[in-house]
Design a protein around this ligand. Structure first.
Ligand SMILES: NC(=O)c1ccc[n+]([C@@H]2O[C@H](COP(=O)([O-])OP(=O)(O)OC[C@H]3O[C@@H](n4cnc5c(N)ncnc54)[C@H](OP(=O)(O)O)[C@@H]3O)[C@@H](O)[C@H]2O)c1
Length: 313
């Protein structure tokens, strides 16, 4: 497994990490709890050391599953969770001091731990000053309940405000071969300021495994088809065309195409780890194995050329 430093935090994370949104069971269809716990343990046994979760994933359920999975091996794991979309507030977005303190204590209970390695603001709260949020996060860090402060889904101006009010360690944006908006500003900014970058949606919600030959149908609580634009034409057809290039590279290594997608993200300059969701042990092990090899410079160039050609207009 390849490992990288998370900014200046002193925390070392695996280049491939475990995402647990689907395990909440509220967006991607319901999954058996024991299968989720087995999947997390299989990923950890395969060399991954970072798990990302959030209270909002299944109203605390994903955090509870993570808590059960890491029990007994907590000290070897980098645990990341989030605040700002609280379960017990009248506001859907709430980054006030009082609510963040309540949230961290609830997360610690669900995760069955007394510290969180990377504590991240999930989404901006336009009604709370960033100075107030960074103030309370900094106080929580001083108390020892968190080791590093991260943010997710913020623009450059918001990142600058966080940085001018305390020590920011990492950023969590959406980034994959199918969603590259951060290449224009966020990624260069993170490189310049040595902020860790944990990418989400690294597999394009499963599209980059090559398993969807037609767009997925929203069914059995699986809502992804409605959420991601690349599941709708004309982007769906472009993704299928891109997959042909990825498949050629995957075949030359005798690896699954998902490895090419995961490695492309994790090898982009500035990216610390690719968060990859999984629903069962087979997926977790397969995804972890991507961290055992890397794309060559020539392969990275071929993929960039394909992106430029397919998404030119
Ligand atoms: N900060 C934020 O706002 C934010 C937003 C989204 C996600 N996240 C975090 O980032 C993590 C990763 O993103 P994501 O889970 O949304 O999307 P993703 O990693 O792009 O896709 C994950 C999905 O792809 C499928 N899959 C994974 N490995 C596979 C394999 N080897 N073979 C076949 N199918 C496979 C699984 O669903 P199926 O088997 O059903 O196809 C899995 O749930 C999340 O779990 C969460 O921790 C954060």
């Amino acid at each position: 497994m390849r490992f990288n430093q998370l900014g200046d935090s002193g925390i070392k994370v695996s280049a491939v990490a475990l995402g647990t949104w689907a395990m909440g069971g509220d967006f991607w269809g319901r999954i058996d709890e024991s299968k989720c716990i087995d999947a997390l343990n299989a990923g950890l046994d395969s060399g991954i050391n970072l798990i990302d979760t959030a209270p909002i994933y299944g109203s605390g359920y994903s955090e509870e599953i993570v808590g059960k999975a890491v029990k007994g091996r907590r000290k070897d794991i980098i645990l990341a969770t989030k605040c700002g979309l609280p379960l017990n507030s009248s506001r859907s977005r709430d980054l006030t001091r009082k609510t963040v303190i309540q949230e961290i204590n609830e997360s610690l209970k669900r995760l069955q731990t007394d510290y969180i390695d990377i504590y991240q603001v999930h989404w901006p709260d336009p009604d709370t000053d960033i100075a107030e949020t960074m103030g309370v996060l900094t106080d929580i860090k001083a108390s020892g309940k968190i080791r590093a402060i991260g943010v997710s889904n913020q623009n450059i101006d918001q990142l600058k405000q966080y940085m001018s009010n305390g020590r920011l360690d990492s950023v969590q944006p959406q980034y994959s071969l199918l969603e590259r908006e951060i290449e224009g500003d966020i990624l260069p900014f993170c490189r310049e300021n040595n902020l860790g970058v944990l990418t989400y949606g690294s597999l394009g919600a499963g599209m980059l495994t090559g398993k969807f030959k037609t767009p997925p149908v929203a069914a059995d609580g699986d809502k992804r088809a409605m959420f991601y634009p690349f599941f709708t034409e004309p982007l769906f057809g472009k993704a299928l065309e891109l997959l042909k290039t990825l498949e050629t590279i995957a075949e030359s290594h005798s690896k699954p195409v998902s490895h090419v997608a995961i490695n492309w993200v994790s090898q982009q300059p500035g990216v610390t780890a690719a968060l990859v969701g999984c629903k069962n042990p087979r997926q977790a092990v397969e995804n972890a194995d991507a961290g055992e090899w890397a794309l060559s410079d020539e392969e990275l160039r071929v993929i960039r050329d394909a992106l430029n050609r397919i998404y030119a207009e």
